[in-house]
Design a protein around this ligand. Sequence first.
Ligand code: NAP
Length: 312
Amino acid sequence: MERVIIIGSGPAGLTAAVYAARANLAPLVLAGGMYGGQLMLTTEVENYPGFPGGIMGPDLMMKFREQAEHFGARIENVDVIDVDFGGQPLIVRTAEQEYHAASVIIATGASARWLDIPGEELLRGRGVSTCATCDGAFFRDKRIVVVGGGDSAMEEALFLTRFGSKVTVIHRRDSLRASKIMAERALSHEKIDFIWNTGVEAVLGTTQMTGLRLKNLVDGTVSEFDADALFIAIGHTPNTAIFAGQIDLDAAGYILSPNGTNTNVEGVFVGGDVNDLRYKQAITAAGSGCKAAMDAEKYLEAHEFAMRETVL
Ligand code: NAP
């Protein structure tokens, strides 16, 4: 029987692990096969306090992990495939094992969204990607397209200028959602140009991407655009499929927590992007992971006191 199981190992999960470990709860972190969360797929993080010169996302996550382990968190790189929150103990299953816990902190984060257009799946890894850090270097001196108008799209586009001969951002509207500073950097970059009011309708190519079919969303004209790579940066979906039917989710699939980090299930707490549609920052995820661990600690104190009283 575990006192607290933490599902997820991004900034929220590992901050929860640091706090729970320092509270002597010996947390078990089920970190996922692809541990570390979204920062493992990013480049320079310039807005995490404490690193005035910036830090690479994967390096930051290794520091989080080291700190959690230093205080006694046990971290297993396994995927949770199923939970049963029908009563105590709370049950968490991986392919190999079933775990029982008095409390659970969900910090499973969110995943990159895809466009769901013809050719996208076929040409994944052959030109189509959601991770510039991972795949950008394959497209040295090539024509690169980024889809999206948010901070992620600008960040990807700026990063990709290191490799591409030209980077074209295609956005479905005529103005960017990205923050002013990121938008200005991209708009003023000599290697980046923009195609506005345009949707990507299909990825072209058979064994390797050769171009895109585009549709102007104002006048409906369809055209072809030669390009070697497509980086999709159109936001994220919360990773909550395993919790459907077990815990209250909103219409978009985010975990509901109307009262702090508490979910509707007693003993189950939540932190990070999995219930944050609004801020989605490493620092806000870390902060909510801290709160979830503190709430779990208080819950366990009361719960274990009540259990002792019952036994006596
Ligand atoms: P986002 O802010 O939700 O932006 C998603 C973009 O993709 C929007 O421009 C959206 O268009 C477009 N889009 C969505 N679905 C689409 C579709 N099916 N087809 C075409 N375009 C589509 O997501 P994000 O850029 O990933 O950023 C998420 C959060 O992380 C934000 O709060 C952001 O500030 C933060 N972030 C910060 C940094 C940084 O500060 N360095 C870096 C990355 C992310 P519309 O504009 O028309 O909706």
